[in-house]
Design a protein around this ligand. Structure first.
Ligand SMILES: Cc1ncc(COP(=O)(O)O)c(C=O)c1O
Length: 401
């Protein structure tokens, strides 16, 4: 009897273009094409290294027997360090801290404990595609609010409010934003909090890039502006502490205890059902948050140079414009004279010039516009080469005016 396993229908709409594109790229590499990868935000694949004291802390934890299961919420040394860090940054009314396997697991647990099928939550467009994949998985809807390209990709708060429905449960704010590199002003953050308050929405503050401010200034954690309103703030070792493969993140739950009580209990049940996050890696959290911080300065100097390079080069290409990224390590340039779709642009650029980027539609973009995302972590010579190729490709392939 022939036997074919039918996958669950909930997987049908799960996409993650940042990695899906790699499947096509590997095929081209196997055929001998030499590729430049600008698709994945992994600093370790470039000239950045996990700080030594973080690696040492993990090695020590492994050597001293921390390979058992641990407390489901996380080991107390790590959770206390996360709480102290949040308090130092001015987050009030912290009710709970959970260590998770990357920010990704925290976001999934938090959504899973909150939304019913048929509920919805607000996400930015453009925004990080994990939220799209999770909505598909959980059978919920995602209402996109616009980031305004004409306004440095700040959230369009009027549009955000228009997207609220009677079934809206949460509002996701990604600050600094992936894929645009925008950093939100205190005025924007306050207006967002006001929307959440008036409509009774839990705020999901995805602040995984909060230390990546390329032009100085202060990052405004949403929770510091929200008073007693419930906020889940997500952070981790992946980006700030240059350890994406460590798969270590956390969520800090703040706000009024009476509003959060039932939700925290539900979250606790989900957290216990998956036993615990990676035990030995949790011993890297305190040294990361409270040990030497000198990697930031060097890292930001390099990134600023690379940002300046791609910003100047992209805007010098006919038919391309790019808002200056102020945070993270992504740029989201717009194509003005490309006749096809953004997906065709990415595929054909990869096939003809070997540059791997991600199409704008993977993150969301305004109807009638075409963008692509570039990661500017690679060294200057790699970026120059990639931009030469993009320029050559567009000179050859753009629609002639
Ligand atoms: C905005 C945003 N949130 C969350 C994540 C996932 O973080 P982690 O690697 O800690 O799961 C990423 C990863 O790129 C991201 O860009």
């Amino acid at each position: 009897m022939s036997f074919r396993i039918l996958p669950a229908s909930r997987t049908k709409n799960v996409r993650y273009a940042i990695r899906d594109i790699v499947v096509q790229a590997k095929r081209l590499e196997a055929e001998g094409q030499e590729l430049v990868f600008l698709n994945i935000g992994d600093p370790i694949q470039e000239d950045f290294e996990t700080p030594r004291h973080i690696i040492d802390a993990i090695c020590d934890a492994l050597r001293t027997g921390h390979t058992s299961y641990c407390d489901s919420a996380g080991v107390s040394e790590a959770r206390e360090a996360i709480r102290r860090d949040a308090e130092r940054r001015g987050i009030p009314s912290i009710q709970e801290v959970f260590a998770t396997a990357g920010v990704s697991e925290g976001i999934e647990l938090a959504l899973c404990a909150l939304v019913e099928p048929g509920d919805d939550f607000l996400t930015p467009s453009p925004g990080y595609p994990l939220y799209t994949a999770l909505a598909a998985k959980l059978g919920t809807r995602r209402n996109e609010y616009r980031l305004d390209e004409q306004n440095g990709w700040q959230p369009d708060v009027e549009d955000m409010e228009r997207q609220v429905t009677p079934r809206t449960r949460a509002l996701v704010l990604i600050n600094p934003n992936n894929p645009t590199g925008s950093v939100y002003t205190v005025e924007t953050v306050d207006r967002v909090v006001d929307v959440a308050r008036r409509h009774g929405l839990v705020i999901f503050a995805d602040e995984v890039y909060d230390k990546f401010l390329l032009d100085g200034g202060a990052h405004i954690p949403v929770a510091t502006r929200a008073g007693n309103h419930p906020v889940l703030t997500f952070g981790g070792l992946s980006k700030n502490y240059l350890g994406p493969g460590l798969r270590m993140g956390w969520m800090t739950v703040s706000g009024a205890n009476d509003a959060l009580g039932d939700y925290l209990e539900a979250l606790g049940r989900l957290v216990r059902a998956r036993l615990c996050a990676n035990h030995p890696i949790q011993y890297a959290i305190r040294p990361a948050l409270e040990g030497p911080q000198d990697h930031f300065e060097e890292m930001l100097v390099r990134l600023r140079k690379r940002r300046d390079l791609i910003f100047a080069r992209l805007n010098a290409i006919d038919g391309v414009s790019c808002v200056k990224p102020l945070g993270a390590f992504y740029a989201f340039p717009r194509l003005h004279d490309w006749a096809g779709t953004d997906a065709e642009f990415v595929t054909e650029l990869m096939r003809e010039e070997g540059v791997v980027c991600v199409p704008g539609s993977a993150f969301g973009q305004r109807a009638g516009t075409s963008h692509f995302r570039i990661v500017f972590l690679p060294k200057e010579d790699v970026l120059e080469e990639a931009l030469d190729r993009i320029e050559r490709f567009l000179a050859r392939r753009s629609r002639t005016p």
